[in-house]
Design a protein around this ligand. Structure first.
Ligand SMILES: Cc1ncc(COP(=O)(O)O)c(C=O)c1O
Length: 425
């Protein structure tokens, strides 16, 4: 009789990771989470455990993992070459699809990550306005550049509009180039813009900041005051683009910025992001249209590569079909309502914050309208996430991403897991 030993392959991988990666991880998730395979709204780890996946690769896999049409499109392209540096027809078609979908987009420049898209969007408005300062919102996430890491997650928030760095290694001078305001506080933003209008290059905002919806009228008021002074408004739509609506948060909320950044969904699970916006600002990327002083020097090895472009195009084809967004919103609303109900019944002091395509629990009794009011009990949050992971639910630290691939069975499984985890909490 042969003896079968079942070993958890994760143990070796975790040990190996701890040797060769700082903190044993890629920086995104705990070292103990080693993922192997995804299909639709489910994911499996190296030990063979199955999860309903609300991490979705941190957002790109909006139509589900390994969607058959996206997979087929990529498989058709791979044998024909994966990157050329020069233009290719799929990248051109994707740029056209973005211009058709996104209200602010006259033109598009491709890059490989949301970080880059935001960095270049900020640079573009500086070039356009010939000024240096950028206004951002406390807690607003715009990637990992020196500028974006100002007042992203301050542990002890200081006085507005002073920016503080959230990472080591950022030159002190960067703080002087950024102004920080409170999300949803239009009086604060208006007075800051009035006061600083001659110094400001632009304003960057997540139209839906992390989990926090804009108050009615906030985005429009921001649009009005920036337009009044000719200051470009950038929407960071890396998360919301093609998620809140086919035209992104700008379509969903009915407010059109001058420029936006896109990422995640638009690359269909591959490394692709974009800056899109008004032709007169995008013109600064055009060597032939600009003088040396006004030209933005921007190249990237993998920019607009045909594999990522075709994956993005195939994803957009799926999203264009009638009912796609209705389905995502129905799933998200059902989960949000059920979570809220469970928390109330259990007498837990917490709120469900967000909107149907992305939301989470914040352990606070306050109304959540900005970064400071969103600071809840993080230890409790970590514990709940851990309890959920033990029960087959995978999510990021502070977000449920809903996908088109999540089924009724996934929802039912998740509700049972919620009930058990909240009971144990
Ligand atoms: C709103 C927002 N902007 C920018 C980024 C950075 O994108 P990337 O991780 O592709 O650099 C993210 C990433 O989650 C994001 O959520």
């Amino acid at each position: 009789m042969s003896v079968q030993t079942v070993v958890d392959p994760t143990n070796d991988l975790v040990e190996q990771a701890k040797r060769v990666l700082p903190g044993g991880s890629f920086g995104n998730m705990p070292a103990e989470v080693v993922l192997k395979e995804g299909k639709g709204g489910r994911i499996w780890d190296e030990a063979g455990r199955e999860y309903v996946d609300f991490l979705l690769g941190s957002g790109p896999m909006f139509v589900g993992h390994a969607h058959p049409e996206v997979t087929a499109a990529v498989q058709a392209q791979v044998p024909l070459g994966t990157t050329f540096f020069g233009n290719n027809r799929h990248g051109i078609a994707l740029a056209e699809a973005i211009c058709d979908a996104v209200p602010c987009a006259d033109q598009v420049r491709f890059v490989c990550s949301g970080t880059e898209a935001d960095l270049y969007a900020m640079r573009a408005v500086r070039a356009f306005r010939k000024r240096d300062k950028i206004l951002k919102f406390e807690g607003g996430y715009h990637g990992m550049s020196d500028y974006a890491l100002m007042s992203l997650a301050p542990k002890r928030p200081g006085n507005f509009p002073r920016a503080t760095p959230d990472s080591a290694g950022i030159p002190k001078s960067v703080a002087d180039e950024m102004l920080v305001a409170a999300f949803n506080d239009i009086d604060m933003v208006e007075s800051l813009i009035e006061e600083q209008k001659d110094e400001l290059a632009g304003v960057i905002v997540e139209p839906f900041q992390r989990l926090i919806p804009p108050k009615p009228g906030f985005l429009q008021a921001l649009r009005d005051v920036t337009r009044k002074h000719g200051i470009p408004l950038i929407f960071d739509e890396v998360v919301t683009g093609f998620r809140f609506a086919y035209g992104g948060a700008q379509e969903y909320y009915g407010v059109t910025p001058d420029l936006c950044s896109l990422g995640k969904i638009v690359g269909g699970g591959f490394a692709l992001a974009a800056i899109a916006g008004r032709a007169d600002i995008m013109k600064h990327f055009d060597r032939l249209a600009m003088t040396d002083e006004d030209f933005i020097f921007q190249v990237g090895t993998l920019s607009g590569n045909p594999v990522a472009s075709i994956a993005g195009l195939a994803t957009l084809e799926v999203l264009k079909r009638p009912g796609a967004y209705e389905q995502v919103f129905a799933t998200g609303r059902e989960l949000m309502a059920a979570l809220d109900d469970l928390l109330k019944k259990a007498g837990v002091q917490a709120r469900v914050v967000g909107d149907a395509p992305m939301f989470d629990i914040v352990f606070t009794t306050r109304e959540v309208t900005d970064y400071r009011s969103a600071m809840g009990d993080e230890a409790k949050m970590k514990r709940l996430n851990h309890l959920l992971r033990e029960r087959g639910i995978l999510k990021g630290e502070s977000k449920y991403y809903i996908s088109l691939a999540h089924t009724e069975a996934d929802v039912a499984f998740t509700l049972d897991a919620f009930a058990a985890a909240i009971g144990e909490l």
